[in-house]
Design a protein around this ligand. Structure first.
Ligand SMILES: [Zn+2]
Length: 298
């Protein structure tokens, strides 16, 4: 059983992992907290971007010699593959970590991941701790793996005239870009959501020629390393993806200029596309923001 301190540390690891959103693809955003035998945090870290140190390595570096005898609390199963750096499970073993708490097992490990090797080395391992909460951050990465395509998010503004793109210079648009890998425009142009966020040449972004089907576009972007894709435009950019059932989430912005008015133009729908349900709302400077999700995802 994970202790109360380990569970609390897992929540912190989950929050840390979210700092990697929009930066780590195609790797997962992972967080790690190290607790000493007195339950004090002696190190923590997260995977900042692809090609850089994994969360466990960051936490071990922060802890230094204090890692010996500590418990590692990590949101995803430590990796077991030799890359540019040794596998994380080996770094944990070498540092003298005594116990490892894991939220989610890496589905790509196929039962040959870090857990097996950690146990073989005599490390006490517990899995499935706060898995549902860890999925708040890792869910899109896991869903992308399953579907072999990026999770697709379409933000739009509902005006009296119809559905319009969210202006790119707003705080809301920037917030969405920070959490995404790439942006697809209606002309097929694909851009990194935050230029330079993945370093040079990490994402093989290719513009999508006219006539490419939504499914082909999604698959090509997945192969290029994109795990979270924003659609940038009005109804036109989203229609092929909506028709193919490939839009996972929408973010609808409804201006709150006046409580008493009526739309001037006919809208395709009052708020959300058919088949979408509300998962959250918030008041922003000029809008009510409504998060919607394809009902099939629930
Ligand atoms: Zn690793």
């Amino acid at each position: 059983m994970a202790s109360a301190a380990e569970i609390a540390a897992m929540r912190r690891a989950i929050a840390l992992s979210a700092a990697g959103l929009g930066m780590t693809s195609p790797n997962p955003p992972v967080g790690c907290v190290l607790l000493d035998p007195q339950d004090r945090i002696v190190g923590e870290g997260y995977h900042e971007r692809k090609g850089e140190a994994h969360a466990e390595a960051q936490a071990l570096a922060a802890a230094g010699p204090l890692a010996a005898g500590a418990t590692a609390v990590v949101t995803l199963e430590p990796c077991n593959h030799q890359g540019r750096t040794p596998p994380c499970r080996q770094s944990l073993i070498s540092a003298g970590i005594r116990r490892v708490i894991i939220a989610i097992i890496d589905p790509t490990s196929r039962g040959e991941g870090g857990v097996v090797e950690l146990r073989r080395a005599g490390v006490d391992v517990e899995t499935g701790v706060l898995a549902d909460e860890a999925r708040v951050v890792l869910g899109d990465w896991l869903a992308g793996l399953r579907e072999r395509r990026p999770i697709i998010i379409w933000p739009y503004l509902i005006t009296g005239q119809g559905l319009e793109p969210l202006p790119s210079d707003t705080a809301e648009a920037r917030r969405l870009r920070l959490n995404a890998d790439a942006v697809l425009r209606v002309d097929g142009a694909v851009r990194e959501a935050v230029p330079g966020s993945h370093g040079t040449g990490i994402l093989a972004l290719k513009d999508q020629p006219p006539g490419t089907s939504a499914a082909e576009t999604a698959a090509a972007l997945y192969d290029g390393g994109v795990r979270r894709l924003l659609l940038d435009g009005g109804h036109a950019v989203a229609t092929p993806f909506l028709d193919a059932g490939l839009v996972d989430r929408v973010v609808a912005y409804l201006p709150h200029r006046s409580a008493s008015r009526r739309p001037a133009a006919e809208l395709p729908w009052p708020l959300l596309p058919p088949g979408f349900v509300i998962t959250g709302t918030a008041r922003t400077d000029s809008f009510v923001r409504v998060d919607g999700q394809a009902d099939a995802l629930r």
